[in-house]
Ligand binder design. Sequence first.
Ligand SMILES: Cc1ncc(COP(=O)(O)O)c(C=O)c1O
Length: 385
Amino acid sequence: MTQTSRPFLPFVKPEIDEETIQGVVDVLRSGWITTGPQNQQFEAELSAYFGGRPVRAFNSGTCTMEIALRIAGVGAGDEVITTPMTWVSTANVILEVGATPVFVDIDPATRNMDLNLLEKAITPRTKAVMPVYLAGLPVDMDRLYEIARAHKLRVIEDAAQAFGSTWKGKRIGSFGDLVSISFHANKNVTSIEGGALVMNNEDEAELARKYRLQGITRTGFDGMDCDVLGGKYNLTDVAARVGLGQLRQVERFTEKRRELARAYFDAFDGGAAVRLGVGLPPRNFTDSNWHMFQIALPLDTLQLTRAQFMEQLKERGIGSGVHYPALHLFSLYRARGFGEGMFPHAERYGASTVTLPLFTLMTADDVARVVAAVDEICEQYGPNR
Ligand SMILES: Cc1ncc(COP(=O)(O)O)c(C=O)c1O
């Protein structure tokens, strides 16, 4: 039985309220639409959210990470350890600053960097570590910082997906070293495109401000100057106003996502998918912001490929995504000597993972509909059909 009569359920959809839309209209009418008062307000509210730490906003999570690497002094000759289970930009920015990405495999239980392997991958050239909190689940933050301290490494947290996540009750970003957030349209909190960097002190924040706009130190009637090589990474005030409207709802968003994730586990419980070996994500309801709900398909036993599975979902009016194929197998990284068999857990997970719909506008009925479809497809294409 197909469910095509119902409206298509995408795998993600932002919730932008009327107050935010009106706020954007006001900004557009204000006469100042690029970086200005809305950015200042956004940075101030972000800083308050992160316990008063300095924050600067940027026009993507990608450039935020790149600037964090520059602030940490990472460059040619340095190694930066990260995970292959991430969006491509995590490793690309390491290349961008002239450093060498070093991958370590994931822990299959969390799908995040295996911290035991991190320790083994440290060499005299290692300058920094870039953990990624896949789907918003942090790594063991105590252990991460213990290792970083012991080896005098900078930590650039790729917390792109972890806005609203916590560790032992403390917000991710409210402690630690350099913490990079993304406000891309699919993130829990969005500014359409955008990012923010949480830093340790005002010197770093001043450097971030300069890197954000051409290294400019001075503009005015008395002339202009720049003293570092900066880029064009500033956020528009229209985007900042969207971010402000979203930021003020982050707790509600996180709570709703946790509720939906719980509904997923309940609906999957005892069903065909789980019986046939579909892997569910780590059940964490204390730290994770539930940025995504990702399952892993038992492709050895199912009689269809992942693409066919996603096509079957689509035929039932349900969108899905892949986050992510293992990054070291992308051509850019293969050309740098990486290949199959190097990070088996990431490869296995990357080949079998499917992201199911999860966004705050969904209902428990939507979750039931997705799980019914997954169960039905698994039953239909299971080993005993
Ligand atoms: C893990 C991770 N790192 C980095 C990024 C880059 O963020 P952006 O798309 O804002 O550049 C993203 C989001 O796309 C991400 O999910």
